[in-house]
Design a protein around this ligand. Structure first.
Ligand code: AMP
Length: 542
């Protein structure tokens, strides 16, 4: 028997209409690359989304199902694109500005973007690939001065495009399963793969992310979205904030620690998102130049790589700011798990609470996890048995764009994450490694993530990245690359081994340590182990 409830489509238009009806006074604040500050309300943004919808359909000829690219930093107009494009039934494809020219060209041609919205400051990057782009009919330049010059063909300034349109627009009736957004994986191995989010998955993800057991954001918060809008749709922040009535602060290109601290202070930000390297940077900058007044910041949500327990502890003790650890992927929209303490944990000693908070956490409602061991069996939930993490749920990829390749999916339709993990009896998941980063030494597995986490708790170490190197006797051994807080103060190898011996068995402790100036980072700010392995193979790490 069918239920007798309304068929109410969960679309990005539903989110936009709700944000405008209920929280029209809430703000979007942007710091542009030239440091000019722009502030407007959800209500103002709503009207501009309707103008954009008119421009897309009437001036640019964009139709339902077309894909429209964005190549931009975090700012108000980019939020408008998150709503205006899917609002007419087209797909908002956010392109990672830090990829190589070849990858950018591949992604735009593969997705067949019809129109490309480009930040004026990023136009030089697109000019390099534009002659090779096969489908782009118009380039819309955002945040440009009137006298802005470019060699791109068919350009229109974004403000001119909106100025000529009415803010009256009737949204089409969309099916919630139509595509609304698109991101490509960062393609550390092989070509980037397209992930197509639906209106329904976007809506459900955004509404679950705001809930107390997940990111816990509400209408009293001011949220700084440090995660770029080209990295898994800024983790859904532009959608979550309209549902929760949260003021949004957008830093555009201001991503170094000094600039971010300035914005955190000036806007009295209470919550922020970011990968661990961002928060490591902010922490060390605050230690060097402690802020005169306590920040309004209460929590920072971290994902993308493991958040070291030592950083959670240090940030909290030194500055009273709480780190919340989450795990996710481009393929999981991205939020899969979050580690929040539960009532039963409150009586535990602080150190034990920290251990739980440093785990990747329990699945968000709407997501299921399982661990599959090497022999294909489902691992018990004992916090010990390692295997591949597999996932399914309401905002998990079911297939990649334009490919029938099912190698990332199981026969019973779970998504194979390529992460190695454990799950304990309370459902808390811990990532041991990426499958390709695990170190197998003398038949025993060694987790590079655990080694890095403990090395980064050493008082002299700022960053640590561990890779496997070939070894005649043991097949593989770990090599630790280290960045010091103070380059003059390097610990000795015996001091490092002694330090690690408190948490690791002898065979797990690296024999080799290399001091470097900086750990190379990927396009989304993670440690780039592929590049470290390459440098090692070229004999550059000795
Ligand atoms: P991406 O799709 O580029 O965001 O990368 C997803 C991958 O990042 C995951 O498969 C994990 O390997 C890694 N990752 C994400 N969050 C975490 C985390 N909290 N701890 C460890 N690894 C993580």
């Amino acid at each position: 028997m069918e239920g007798l409830m309304m068929d109410y489509p969960l679309t990005t238009n539903t989110i936009l209409e709700y944000g405008n009806n209920v929280f029209h006074h809430k703000k979007i604040i942007t710091y542009l690359p030239d440091w000019s500050r722009h502030e407007y309300t959800f209500g103002d943004m709503y009207k501009r989304c309707k103008k954009l919808a008119n421009a897309l359909t009437k001036r640019l000829g964009v139709k339902r199902g077309d894909i429209v690219g964005t190549f931009a930093w975090n700012h108000g107009p980019h939020v408008e694109l998150y709503y205006g494009i899917p609002g007419i039934g087209a797909v908002c494809h956010t392109i990672n500005i830090r990829l190589s020219h070849q990858q950018i060209e591949y992604i735009i041609n593969n997705s067949e973007d019809k129109v490309l919205f480009v930040d004026a400051t990023l136009v030089p990057l697109i000019e390099k690939v534009a002659p090779l782009l096969e489908t782009v009919e118009y380039y819309i330049i955002i945040n440009a001065n009137k006298d802005f010059k470019t060699s791109l063909p068919n350009t229109i300034h974004y403000e001119d495009l909106l100025a000529e349109q009415s803010d009256a627009f009737e949204w089409p009736q969309l099916d919630e399963n139509e595509a609304s957004g698109m991101c490509y994986t960062s393609g550390t191995t092989g070509l980037p793969k397209g992930v197509l989010y639906s209106h329904r998955s976007t809506y459900l993800h955004a509404s679950v992310v705001m809930s107390p057991n997940v990111a816990n954001v509400g209408n009293k918060d001011i949220l700084l979205s440090i995660v770029p809008q080209f990295h898994v749709m800024a983790w859904g922040v532009p959608y979550t904030c309209l549902l929760s009535g949260t003021d949004m602060v957008m830093p555009s290109s201001h991503l170094n620690p000094e600039d971010l601290i300035k914005i955190l202070k000036e806007e009295k930000v209470t919550k922020a998102t970011g990968v661990p390297t961002i928060w490591l940077g902010i922490y060390h900058e605050m230690k060097k130049n402690p802020p005169k007044e306590k920040l309004a910041l209460k929590e920072y949500v971290v994902g993308g790589s493991a958040l070291p327990e030592s950083l959670i502890e240090a940030f909290e003790k030194d500055f009273g700011v709480k780190g919340v650890h989450a795990w996710g992927m481009t393929e999981t929209s991205p939020v899969g798990t979050v580690s929040q303490l539960q009532l039963k944990h409150e009586a535990l000693p602080y150190k034990e609470q920290l251990k739980i908070r440093a785990k990747q956490g329990i699945p968000a409602p709407g997501v299921e996890l399982r661990i599959v061991t090497e022999d294909g069996s489902i691992a018990p939930r004992d916090g010990q048995t390692m295997g591949e993490l597999q996932v399914k749920g309401a905002w998990i990829v079911s297939a990649y764009f334009k490919t029938n390749n099912r190698e990332n999916f199981t026969e019973d339709d779970w998504f194979k994450t390529g992460d190695v993990a454990t799950i304990d009896e309370d459902g808390y998941m811990v990532i041991t490694d990426r499958l390709k980063d695990l170190i197998k030494s003398g038949g025993e597995w060694i987790s590079s993530v655990e080694l890095e986490s403990v090395l980064m708790s050493h008082p002299k170490i700022k960053e640590a990245a561990v890779i496997a190197i070939p070894d005649k006797k043991w097949r593989e051994r770990p090599l630790a690359t280290l960045v010091m807080i103070d380059h003059e103060e390097k610990p000795s190898v015996s001091e490092l081994k002694e330090y690690l011996s408190r948490d690791f068995a002898k065979y797990q402790i690296p024999d080799d340590y290399v001091f470097i100036d900086e750990v190379p980072k990927t396009s989304v700010g993670k440690f780039d182990k592929k590049e470290i392995r390459k440098r090692y193979a070229e004999g550059k790490l000795t």
